[in-house]
Design a protein around this ligand. Structure first.
Ligand code: PLP
Length: 362
């Protein structure tokens, strides 16, 4: 129990920027003079219209999106996207290429297979326990799209340079690194991100989709499962995840106005990750798990000399106000998730703690 805010290294839901939380708190009981909370106003009101339009506009500005791209908010998290992608785009006789870099890629592949869609795994890093981003990619003859996971939250790897697909649109799960750096959208037919890491609360997925992909949508699908429904109705065919969209809007405002945009946030993210990786590299006690050229700037995964020490490390860290350092249950070890909202002060506090823990236990 604590009455202080902790240094939050959770992988998701994860830390949000403090100014965003304060703004939510300040305006929670009376949103913009409406006399109601943002969770009580009608999604058809002009108040909410402004919120969703501002969120879309901010996303468009940050990513320099031209008019071919549509910003959508869809419920069901990133996992629903694993199913919707093959459902919407892949018709009989068509194949999509998937790159397998870990759990989330595998889940995306599985959802296509459940639907008996034709997919080709063009590359995989499974041979080395997903500790790297593959370079050798064997695309199929004529894929409709290439799917990849830009940042592997569990294994702590990240794409630094996206593959050359010779004009085939890339569809990317960017759940754990969206808006963490500038992005050239030209390669992407669609990107999507469950909000709960870099954007806002869980339950909302941001989808950015280009016209040429929208044109491929299977029109016979139920309304709620078609991207075209969301695009035609500004994500308000039904009641949208209002609180999620509102929080995302505030987070994007924070990135634009307080952090200075994506180039600045990338520089900040690099400095934070460097501090932690430099410390880990200099230590003979801690060991990183991802190969150096594939290391994630968002999820830093590492091991200690034994599982007992890892348990003691996480417990002691928690007791000192450093939370969320346990690795994903499927892989064990330790992980510090240092998304956009993690502050340099939090990383410094972590490094300081790790240094003392090493000296006490080495
Ligand atoms: C890269 C990635 N993709 C997908 C998911 C699943 O997201 P959701 O729980 O929103 O379905 C996660 C969740 O941690 C993730 O890290």
């Amino acid at each position: 129990m604590t009455d202080q805010r902790i240094h939050n290294f959770n992988a998701g839901p994860a830390a949000l920027p403090l100014p965003v939380l304060e703004e939510i708190q300040k305006s929670f009981l009376n949103f913009k003079g409406s006399g109601m909370s943002v969770t009580e106003i009608s999604h058809r009101s002009s108040h909410f219209d402004k919120v969703i339009n501002e969120a879309v506009e901010r996303a468009r500005r940050l990513l320099n999106l031209d008019e071919r791209y549509h910003v959508l908010f869809i419920q069901g998290g990133a996992s629903l996207q694993f199913a919707m992608i093959p459902m919407n785009f892949l018709k009989d006789g068509e194949t999509a290429d998937y790159i397998n870099t870990g759990t989330w890629s595998q889940k995306a592949i599985k959802e296509a297979q459940i639907q008996n869609k034709s997919i080709h795994v063009a590359a995989s890093s499974e041979d080395k326990n997903f500790s790297y981003i593959p370079k050798d990619i064997q695309f199929s003859q004529n894929p409709l799209f290439v799917h990849l996971t830009s940042n592997n939250t569990i294994k702590g790897t990240q794409w630094y340079e996206f593959p050359d697909t010779h004009g085939v649109p890339i569809l990317a799960d960017m759940s754990s690194d969206i808006f963490s750096k500038p992005l050239d959208m030209e390669k992407f037919g669609m990107i999507y991100a469950g909000a709960q890491k870099n954007l806002g609360p869980s339950g909302t997925c941001m989808v950015i989709i280009r016209d040429d992909m929208l044109e491929k949508v299977d029109d016979s699908l139920p309304s709620m499962l078609k991207y075209s429904t969301y695009a035609a109705k500004n994500s308000m065919y039904n009641t949208p995840p209002c609180f999620g969209v509102y929080t995302i809007c505030l987070v994007l405002k924070w990135i634009e106005e307080e952090m200075g945009g994506l180039a600045q946030i990338e520089a900040h993210n690099i400095s934070k990750a460097d501090l932690l990786y430099d410390f880990l590299d200099a230590s003979s006690f801690y060991r990183t798990t991802a190969e150096k050229y594939s290391r994630s700037l968002m999820n830093v995964t590492f091991r200690l000399p034994s599982e007992d020490l890892e348990k003691a490390f996480v417990e002691k860290a928690t007791s000192q106000g450093l939370g969320g350092l346990k690795g994903h249950r499927s892989v064990g070890g330790c992980r510090a998730s240092i998304y956009n909202a993690a502050t340099m002060e939090s990383i410094q506090a972590l490094v300081q703690f790790m240094d003392i823990f090493e000296k006490e236990n080495n």
